[in-house]
Structure formats: C-alpha cells, structure tokens
Design a protein around this ligand. Structure first.
Ligand SMILES: NC(=O)c1ccc[n+]([C@@H]2O[C@H](COP(=O)([O-])OP(=O)(O)OC[C@H]3O[C@@H](n4cnc5c(N)ncnc54)[C@H](O)[C@@H]3O)[C@@H](O)[C@H]2O)c1
Ligand SMILES: O=C(O)[C@H](O)COP(=O)(O)O
Length: 631
C-alpha cells in the first residue's frame, strides 16, 4: 500500500496544505492544548497514572493508620477533614528512629506514623494503610510486606546506604519505588572505620574493660603501630575512599580493590587500585567497604583467609554477610587473623553466645557506623526529601530500582512520555482480541546520536500503554520491564538517525506490533505489522500514521478510525452522524493513497459514542471498517 497524504479537518475553516493535504483547525482546540507539567508526567511514570500528592491533585484513597502502642501519628490535618475536599494526605510509616528535621519535613506533607519495633506480622498488617515506609537497617522489607500492602505502598525509603534489607525484586514487581540516602552518613561510617582500626591496633576496648575490672595490665595490651603498614581497602566507594584518605593521614600505605572504581580517582588520593589477590595477600590490615550482594556474600572465607598474611587484622563496617563468620572464628583461633573489629553481623543483633562477639581478639560495636548526631540529621533530611519527592511523583535522584534520568532530560522528554503511552494504548487496542502481544518493535527517529537519547522512560510508557488497556495490571516506570517480561512480551528498539538539527530529542516514534491480526485491517502496514506513529507538535502528541496511511490528529479525548472509499461529503456525513448522537468532534484527519481511492479517516471525539452512534457510522455505505479507541 502506498503512503498516503493527509487531510485534517476542524470546525473553524480549512487550509489547503499541498495538493493532498488539508489542515483545518478549531480555535477552542488551541486553548485546550496544555503541556503536561513535569509533576504530572513523572506521576504517570511512577504512580501508574493514579495521581500524585501535590497541592492541587490527590486521587488516591489514603487513610491514617490507627495509632498503636509505641506509635505516634502526626500531620497538619486529618485526611477526612481536608479543606480541599477530595484531597487526601498520604500516610508515611516511619518504622525506625529518624532525625527530627526529617520528621518535620515529612509532617509538613503527610500523616506520619512513627511505629518502632514492629514485628513482621504487625508490619504486614499496618502496611496496607501506608503509601510509603521509611526504614533503617533493622527492618526487613520482604516480599510479604509488598504483598500485604494491597498495592497501596508506593515508596520505600531507606534512611541510609545499604538496601540489602529490602527485597528489591519484589519491590520492582509491585511497582514500588525504592530510594535511599546514600551520602549523609559516609563520613560517619569512615570515621567509625578509623576509630575501630586504631582501637583494635591499640587494644583500647580490651584494656578499658580490664582496667574497669580493677586490673593494671600494661604488658598484656601492647599494640601494633599503623604507620608504614599496608591497608587494603576492599570497596573503594564513598566510605572506602574516605577511609583511605584518613589512613593516608595516619602514615599508612593504602591500596584498594574495587572492580568498578576509577584508577584516576584512586591515584588522586595516593591510592593504588590492585587486584583482589594482591589486596588480600599483601595487607597488614583489611577494611571492608563493599555492599552485600550475591557476589560479595562471604567474600572472606576459609579459602581467602588462608591466602592472607599471617597476623592480618580486619575491620568490617560494611555488612556482616561479606564475611563467613565461622571461618573468621577459625582464622582467629589459628592465628592467621590476629584481630578483628566488627560493627556489623550476619544476624543483628547477634546471639548472646556469638563466638565473634565473645572472642578476646575481636572488638565489636552494635552497628554504629552511621550513628552520629550529624549523620542522623543529614540522613533524615535526605530520605525525607526523597520520599516526599517520590510521593509527589518526581523522579528521585536516589532511586535504586528505577532509571535515574536527570531533571533536564526528563523535562525535555515530557511530551514524548505522554505520546509514548498513547501510542501503546492505541496500538494494543487495534489487535484483534486485544491480548497475545508478544513482539513489539519501537522505532525512534531522531537527529540525535544514540548515546545522546535516553529512551528508557519512553519505552516504559509504551509498555504501560500496551499492557494496561488489556489487563488489570498497573504498570509504571519501576515495573514496566518486569511486566513485559512476565507476559513474554519482547520489546525491541531501533533508531533512525535523521539529518538536521538535534534540537528536538525525537522527530517521531513508531510502535509496531508484530505477528498479530488487527481488528482494523488498515492498521496493518506494508510490512504486515500493526503500525502507529506519533509526533509531538507544539507540545501536543499527535497520531501521524496508522498502518501505511498518513493522518494528523491530536491525541486528546478518544478516537474513531474509519476506512472508506474517498469521495465528497464523507467528512460531513460522519460528522453529522456523530452530531446527531451529541458526540463532539474535536479533530478530523483523512489519509488517502490518492483521490477517490481508499482513505483512512481519524476522528478525535470528546465524548464516548454510544453503541447506536457507532452502529450508525458502520451503516454509512462508503465506510468499509471502523474502530473506536480510548486514549
Ligand atoms: N556500618 C554502618 O553503619 C555503615 C554506614 C554506611 C555504609 N555502610 C555500608 O558500607 C557499604 C559501602 O557504603 P558506600 O556508601 O561506600 O557505598 P558505595 O556504593 O559508595 O561503595 C561501595 C563500593 O563497593 C564496590 N564494590 C562492589 N562490589 C565489589 C567487590 N566485589 N569488591 C570490591 N568492591 C566492590 C563498588 O564498586 C563501590 O565502589 C554499604 O554496603 C553500606 O551498607 C555501613
Ligand atoms: O547502610 C547504612 O547506611 C548503614 O549500615 C547504616 O545503617 P543504619 O541506618 O541502620 O544505622
């Protein structure tokens, strides 16, 4: 089928635009063209279109959790009595102690339920009344918690760095955003690492306990010096590099192992990045600063201890699970490891008979790395800002399970986000039977180079559009890829590099659904796929192609697509048929192969046509097929 020219019709006059292209615009339409504000776009991205908790628009049913023992629920107004009528404040459960400045910030926006020391069962009960939860390392946010939330939980805020206590896979499946506070406790953790390193080397804790027990054992507690010794920093991230900087100041020779760190950054503070083997075998002291993941779990074990220098000393302020604790006990008993200083444990709190806690060559603290007044205030503010921002629908800079896209890029992509979802919705409604979509190709045409165009949000919103109209699922930026995968839907992407100025991020987007039948045969392109194409014009998403027919209709309201034999009077006939049923036409566009041949008419309507109206359209003799699509 040849590509067709387009005729667009509106109600206040017509303009001939090229031989086969008529554009008619209606003045009211122009005034209704509102570019979605940033918040609304990111709201769609994060909250599945259900609304945000901004000052102007709250569409979720939040309720205040009933206060329980050890609980305070505070906020500046109750949900039911909100003077803004339908607007409801979200409820944020703070499950572990948080700094006052952070709580104040939360209270200015939400009902805040501070309930500490909840059992797992109590947490699961309470969570169904909460839109967000804030935890530290002591609360396990498990799959059960997400299941129990009944879809209400939208944000998990981790007031700290490590997110190993949050089931990220489950959070993602449930479309729940996880944010953390990655920077505010870095210095506190590094200082604690140095405190443990020095205290261990000079037996401070043991000597203190001994003196308090009435002994004066100057010969027993002879220590070792730090100056000139080799310190291996394992994990050269934020905390590791600050530990390295401080250890350099103590006159230590510092090396580091981190598969992902930049050698330049290490060199800048006088640290050599070395292999795992070198870090392990040449160290007098080892300080651990990597996250607990499946690849770092028990990274220090019988085998790795056996390769260390005899008499090595170990500091762990990362996570207990990076050490095989039984193996460490064996290494201490055999003298391979002379001493250890531990802030973290595999199980916290450790049992009363934990062999490491009781070992005379081990000093311990109860996970105090982040526990300074300054760090806790900083963390509280950092996480409160992230959680409130996420509930408002903004994309958090510290999102752990969603693509992080800079605000500038996001605002530029904003109109394309709306276009993407609408194209997905249109395309799937054209599939005969709706479901069964397994293979989708998205084409991005742009004058920008590939690495200058981040399509993750666009792809997520197309996915949302493809899935939501034909299922009960709610899809957002967090769970879009997961939702597609779960349905066996493969979404491939291709780029067309256009000549010209890369001012606009995208010229057009095409969505092709492969290997399906269509309920509207004209939507099948020459390549045998359902194809829809859209552009953004003046900030408004437009449908510009259906199958092989060029059209031009703004994607507002809903759409009727008709295939007809091109002939005079068709636009008027369809328009008056809809008018008879009180359906307001906001835009019409006709794409045709050539005059008097087949044409596709795209009609934008404000109201949903009743069955009788659709039946009457089908009865117009020149109409060969038609379909009504909700946008
Ligand atoms: N004890 C405490 O209270 C406390 C306080 C803050 C942070 N922490 C823990 O310390 C850890 C580090 O925190 P951060 O803020 O520096 O995080 P970070 O993400 O800035 O740094 C972690 C570094 O570990 C590296 N890494 C990952 N896998 C590795 C591997 N197999 N070998 C070596 N390096 C590896 C990463 O590349 C990264 O550079 C976190 O797990 C966090 O939970 C504990
Ligand atoms: O990962 C972290 O940030 C630290 O381990 C601090 O944990 P906490 O918030 O439980 O003190």
């Amino acid at each position: 089928m040849a590509a067709a020219a387009a005729i667009s019709i509106c109600s206040n006059g017509s303009t001939v635009n090229g031989s086969n292209h008529v554009v008619v615009s209606r003045s009211t339409l122009v005034s209704r063209r509102i570019v979605l504000p940033f918040r609304q776009i990111s709201t769609l991205a994060l909250r599945g279109g259900s609304g945000s908790y901004g000052q102007s628009r709250v569409l979720v049913k939040a309720t205040t959790a009933t206060p329980s023992t050890n609980t305070t629920t505070t906020g500046t107004g109750s949900n039911a009595s909100s003077s803004r009528g339908l607007e409801v404040k979200p409820t944020i459960l703070v499950a572990e102690k948080l700094g006052e400045a952070g709580l104040d910030l939360l209270r200015s926006f939400a009902n805040v339920d501070c309930s500490y020391n909840l059992s797992q069962e109590e947490l699961c009960t309470k969570i169904s009344l909460c839109d967000a939860i804030i935890v530290r390392s002591g609360t396990k946010v498990t799959r059960d918690v997400f299941e129990s939330s009944g879809g209400r939980l939208h944000v998990v805020g981790r007031a700290g760095v490590g997110i190993d206590n949050v089931d990220l896979a489950a959070a993602t499946e449930y479309g729940c955003l996880v944010v953390n506070a990655p920077t505010a406790n870095t210095i506190a953790a590094a200082e604690h690492g140095i405190a443990l390193l020095s205290a261990m080397a000079r037996n401070v804790a043991q000597a203190d306990a001994s003196l308090k027990a009435g002994k004066w054992l100057r010969n027993k507690y002879v220590g070792v010096s730090l100056v000139g010794k080799t310190l291996s920093v394992m994990g050269f991230g934020k905390v590791g590099s600050e530990v390295a900087r401080r250890a350099k100041g103590l006159g230590m020779h510092v090396i580091a192992h981190d598969p992902y760190a930049s050698a330049d950054r290490a060199r800048a503070i006088g640290v050599d990045l070395v292999s795992f083997d070198e870090a392990l075998t040449t160290a007098d002291f080892i300080s651990l600063h990597m996250p607990l993941t499946s690849s770092t779990s028990k990274i220090l074990n019988d085998e790795t201890f056996s390769r260390m220098k005899k008499g090595v000393r170990i500091v762990n302020v990362a996570r207990g699970g990076v050490i095989d604790e039984d193996a460490l006990v064996r290494a201490l008993d055999s003298g391979v490891v002379a001493q250890a200083a531990l802030d973290v444990f595999t199980v916290e709190p450790p049992s009363a008979d934990n062999k490491l806690v009781l070992h005379e060559n081990v000093i311990v603290t109860p996970h105090l790395g982040a526990s300074t007044i300054e760090a806790q205030e900083g963390v509280a503010i950092e996480i409160a800002e992230a959680v409130v921002g996420a509930l408002k629908g903004e994309l958090a800079a510290t999102a752990v399970n969603a693509p992080m896209v800079p605000a500038k890029v996001l605002s530029e992509l904003a109109p394309f986000v709306t276009l993407a979802e609408k194209l997905g919705r249109l395309a799937v409604q054209l599939v005969a039977g709706g479901g069964g979509v397994k293979s989708v190709k998205v084409t991005y045409a742009s004058a920008r180079a590939s690495d200058d165009l981040d399509t993750r949000i666009i792809r997520a919103m197309i996915t949302k559009g493809l899935i939501e109209p034909v299922s009960d699922s709610f899809v957002n930026l967090v769970n879009a890829d997961f939702s597609a995968k779960q349905r066996g839907m493969r979404i491939s992407e291709e780029r067309i590099l256009l000549d010209g100025s890369p001012e606009n991020p995208l010229e057009y987007i095409q969505v092709h659904i492969e290997h399906v039948e269509s309920k509207f045969g004209s939507a099948i392109s020459d390549a045998g796929e359902i194809t829809v194409e859209g552009k953004v014009k003046d900030g408004i998403p437009h449908l510009t192609k259906i199958g092989s027919f060029d059209v031009d209709v703004s994607l507002e309201g809903s759409l009727i697509l008709c295939r007809q034999v091109d002939q005079p009077g068709m636009i008027g006939t369809v328009g008056s048929t809809l008018g008879k049923h009180n359906v307001n036409v906001n835009f019409m566009s006709v794409g045709r192969i050539a005059p008097r041949k087949h044409a596709v008419m795209a009609i934008g309507v404000d109201e949903e046509p009743c069955n009788a109206a659709l039946k009457n359209i089908g009865e117009i003799p020149a109409i060969e097929e038609f379909v009504y699509l909700k946008l």
